[in-house]
Structures are given as C-alpha cells and as structure tokens.
Write a protein that binds this ligand. Structure first.
Ligand SMILES: *[C@@H]1O[C@H](CO)[C@@H](O)[C@H](O)[C@H]1NC(C)=O
Ligand SMILES: *[C@@H]1O[C@H](CO)[C@@H](O)[C@H](O)[C@H]1NC(C)=O
Ligand SMILES: *[C@@H]1O[C@H](CO)[C@@H](O)[C@H](O)[C@H]1NC(C)=O
Length: 262
C-alpha cells in the first residue's frame, strides 16, 4: 500500500507539474487557509542608497515621513490592474503591493501596515488584502474580495508601541475589515516613520518578480504626528532600482503620493 501511495504521489506530482500555474495558485491558497501568508512578507528597504536628488532601494517606492510621534497613517487608492513587465517569462508570477504603514525605515524593529497585493501570471490577475506587524508574516483579510478599479481606504493606528489597528475599507460599498493587534507582536514600534509605499515584497526569502502596476496614487494621504494631522509634503521620496534600472517614479503633494511604474 505504501508503494502504491508513493506511485500515486509521483503520478499526481507529474500531473500538477503539467499545470504549474494552477499548482502555484493552489499552494498559495493552501498556505493561506489559516489566514497566514506563509512565505509572504514585507522586507525593510534593501540596498538603500541615494544620490544628491533621490533615495533608492530594491523594494520600496513612495514617500516616508521621518521624525517622531507618528501614530497613524491613512490614504485611499484605486486598485490597479497589473501587467507583466516587458520581457516577461510565461508561467512566472509578477506582483507588487500597495500599503500604508508606521515604521520600518529608520525604525528597524517593527512595521504596522495594511494593503493589497496585486499579481499577474499568464494573463490571470489576482489580489490579496492583508495586514501585517513586521517582522511577522502578513495575514489575509479573508472577508473582502478585491478587483481592479476598487477604491480602497487603508489605515493603521498605533494605540501603543505594541498594540494597534489595521483597517481596509471598500469606499464603493462601505464594506470594511479590521484587525486589532492586542498583544504578542514580534517587535516594538518607534513611531519614527509614516509611509505610503508600493513594494516589491518578499516571498520565500526572495523578492517576487516585479509587476508593471502602471500607477498607484494614494489620495487623502494623512498621518498623525504627535496628535496632529500632517500631510506627506515633507516626506522623503524613495524609488525602486533593481540591477541598475530605476523602475518607479514617486512624487508627492501635501495630500497625495503617486508612484508610477516607468
Ligand atoms: C467594492 O465594491 C465594488 C462595488 O460594489 C465591488 O465591485 C467590489 O468587489 C468591492 N471590493 C471589495 C474590496 O470589496
Ligand atoms: C499639509 O496638510 C496638513 C493636514 O492635512 C495641514 O495641516 C498642513 O498645514 C499642510 N501643510 C502645508 C505645507 O500645506
Ligand atoms: C505598463 O503597463 C501600462 C498598461 O497598463 C503600459 O501603458 C505601460 O507602457 C507599461 N509600462 C512599461 C514601462 O512597460
């Protein structure tokens, strides 16, 4: 019986290899059946460097307020439809993520964040809405289905350096999902950073192949700093550079942050 079970496994494995796309989606789905996105997480900005004009990293684009006393961040954005980049390989999954968060840049111990991942593989687009308290993995918001063109509001609020909330709301329907971190987080916030980010996130210890997300505009972008509402006008802009190629172009006003794929 053991042998035939092994043969069945081999036959099934061979069969699923014939449909790698389905297999990968299924694996992602199974890994997430407990809500935890095994292998998916935000990383802190990697390979961070700057020239006179701009900051770069291999995985973060957008705007980061750097200071003290940041306890809240929010914004709205329209969910983009990702495209495979030019020169894409078939069967490869390309992704990007848009989120707001507290810390993770000059504060290295934690990030309280929520956002949406968008992926494309062989022309099939998929979305995940999630919340995360880095360095733990991301967890799915399972009660909400995301589609291209949805207007989503994301917000995080720290009620202390180890407790807080993440809320993701569909402004078209008013449907919202909320997670409250009451205890047991893996790192303390410093409240040094408030950010609006498009990320090339990490999956299984490497950056996922980066999708062409066209444009993400965070509008009504606000942070709470020492109890006052502030806009992103004083933020540091950061763009993604990989293998010597700059892949994004970020800009800001005092109430918006725009990240273009270029
Ligand atoms: C948001 O609402 C729109 C309009 O009803 C709907 O099509 C979409 O699926 C909803 N998205 C989410 C994230 O619930
Ligand atoms: C930026 O926006 C905030 C709140 O939204 C406001 O209090 C502040 O005065 C604005 N700053 C500038 C430079 O316009
Ligand atoms: C990204 O995709 C958009 C369509 O969504 C396209 O217009 C644009 O040319 C693409 N950008 C690059 C650099 O390939």
């Amino acid at each position: 019986m053991k042998l035939s079970a092994a043969i069945t496994t081999i036959v099934l494995a061979t069969f699923t290899l014939a449909a790698p796309q389905t297999e990968m989606r299924q694996a992602r789905h199974n890994a997430r059946s407990d809500g935890k996105q095994i292998g998916r997480k935000t990383s802190r900005p990697q390979n961070r460097h700057n020239n006179a004009l701009e900051e770069y990293s291999s995985n973060w684009a957008g705007a980061i307020l750097i200071g003290n006393g940041y306890t809240g961040v929010s914004a709205e954005f329209t969910v983009p439809k990702p495209q495979a980049p030019s020169g894409a390989s078939s069967n490869t999954q390309y992704c990007a993520s848009a989120w707001v968060g507290i810390d993770g840049d000059t504060c290295t111990s934690a990030i309280l964040q929520t956002g949406v991942d968008f992926c494309i593989q062989n022309g099939v687009v998929s979305y995940d809405a999630w919340y995360e308290w880095y360095p733990d993995y991301a967890y799915d918001f399972t009660g909400i289905t995301i589609s291209a063109g949805d207007l989503i509001k994301v917000s995080v609020d720290a009620t202390s350096t180890i407790t807080g909330t993440a809320i993701l709301e569909n402004l078209s329907t008013g449907q919202s999902e909320k997670h409250t971190f009451t205890s047991g987080v893996q790192g303390d916030l410093c409240e040094y950073n408030a950010e609006w980010i498009v990320e090339d996130f990490e999956e299984n210890n490497g950056l996922v192949p980066f999708a062409n997300f066209s444009t993400v505009t965070f509008s009504n972008a606000q942070a709470t700093d020492g109890g006052s509402v502030v806009g992103p006008s004083g933020a540091t802009l950061i763009d993604i550079e990989q293998n010597g190629v700059v892949l994004t172009q970020s800009s800001n006003t005092n109430d918006s942050v725009t990240i273009d794929y270029s």
